[in-house]
Design a protein around this ligand. Structure first.
Ligand SMILES: *Cc1c(COP(=O)(O)O)cnc(C)c1O
Length: 395
């Protein structure tokens, strides 16, 4: 039981992994779901047990059957060696980065990465003597020219979750592996259903489980899945730092994961339908969704991904902030808030001033990020169409 983490047989179909993985009814009186384990102390019966440290659980901080159930499912989905559950997506990113880097090293980070990833690199890694340099998300194999003797990790988020550039992961990984550099991929957007970074050359895949894995905007979590070679560093970094994920949070994640496949496919269809419609609307400067043929990275997306997520952005032509307020403040069905991946649709205006350094973001208008949830699509369209009208009037 202690090694649930990689016990789902390889080649199990995704739907079967999601519905059967991580459950051990025989260990829990037949109850179909693994219950919430809460606990710090784990008892040893004898001195011999204490001395040998061989029992499945030694102390609650390292995990319990509820957390390991989630880990085993994500391991199987990603085709990984093992997975570590951590308290948030950001913790997954920080632990993954720290697992590869030490003082004097350098990390290359995609310019389109999630902003708190940059904040960690600039605000914490810098103090630890680790330098971050940002690269053009469309650099591809050109990354070879940025690699220096002290480059130890490359961080990719594909597509970037605000601006949606798709990165050429196989080319980046090929360049990295010539120098024994670890490649970390933030795969939150596509989920393992639609993108398999380890199969394309990544060493470490991170997720904000808060988003699609949970699916209900009611919990936090992060996962780090690795190749066999990268596992020890990740596991020991997590252990040394003392991160712990509660059984309560893990239970909500395991509950969300059961429906991940059907939710992802439904989100995919709805987001695509909405994005295609939005592209036709007057008063929209552009729509940034890699699965639309108009997207500059559409061919790359088609080559490497098997589907697309719920999230994309669009740009409104230039106008005063008051016009933007007229657009968002009176939306009836879309709401404004951070995070995404839940059942409810979100519309979030984003500022891209600070968080672009390698290739400045040149679009003049307002960038808005949409997450398409499960409301009626016609209701969502009419809500947004009214917003576009208000914006046009207020410009
Ligand atoms: C939300 C998000 C994160 C951070 O996850 P939290 O669970 O909120 O800490 C990381 N990467 C991406 C792409 C995200 O959208």
């Amino acid at each position: 039981m202690s090694d649930q983490n990689n016990k789902i047989p390889a080649n199990t179909a995704v739907e079967t992994i999601l519905t059967h993985g991580g459950r051990e009814p025989n260990d829990h009186f037949g109850f179909v779901n693994t219950p919430v384990f809460r606990g710090s102390t784990v008892l040893f019966k004898t001195l011999a047990d204490l001395d040998s440290q061989q029992q499945p659980y030694l102390y609650g901080r390292a995990g319990n059957p509820t957390t390991e159930g989630v880990e085993s499912v994500v391991t199987a989905l990603e085709g990984a060696h093992r997975t570590q559950l951590v308290p948030s997506g950001l913790a997954a990113i920080t632990v993954a980065l720290m697992s590869c880097l030490r003082s004097g090293d350098e990390v290359l980070i995609s310019d389109s990465a999630y902003e708190p990833t940059r904040a960690f690199a600039d605000g914490y890694l810098a103090k630890a003597g680790i330098k971050a340099r940002y690269f053009d998300p469309r650099i591809g194999g050109g990354i070879a020219e940025l690699i220096q003797a002290n480059t130890r990790a490359i961080f990719v988020e594909s597509p970037g979750s605000l601006t949606f550039e798709v990165q050429d992961l196989p080319a980046i990984a090929a360049a990295a592996h010539k120098h024994d550099i670890r490649v970390i991929v933030d795969n939150t957007w596509a989920s393992p259903l639609f993108y398999k970074p380890l199969a394309l050359g990544a060493d470490i895949v991170v997720h904000s489980a808060t988003k699609m894995f949970s699916g209900h905007s009611d919990t936090f979590g992060g996962t780090i899945s690795t190749t066999e070679a990268a596992w020890k560093d990740v596991e020991s970094t997590r252990r040394l730092l003392g991160f712990y994920t509660s059984g309560d949070e893990a239970f909500l994640l395991s509950r969300g994961l059961k429906t991940l496949a059907i939710r992802m496919r439904e989100h995919e269809q709805r987001a695509l339908d909405f994005a295609s419609w939005l592209e036709q609307q007057e008063g929209v400067a552009s729509v940034l969704h890699p699965a639309l043929p108009s997207h500059p990275d559409h061919a790359l997306w088609k080559r490497d991904f098997t589907g697309s997520g719920s999230l994309f952005s669009f740009v409104l032509p230039r106008g005063p902030r008051s016009a933007l307020a007229a657009f968002v403040d009176d939306l009836r069905i879309f709401s404004m808030g951070y995070s995404w991946g839940g059942y409810e649709s979100l519309c979030l205006p984003a500022k891209l001033v600070k968080n672009r350094t390698a290739v400045p973001w040149n679009s003049e208008g307002h960038l808005l990020r949409l997450h398409i949830g499960f409301e009626d699509l016609e209701d969502l369209k009419s809500d947004l169409a009214d917003g576009l009208e208000r914006y046009a009037k207020a410009r």
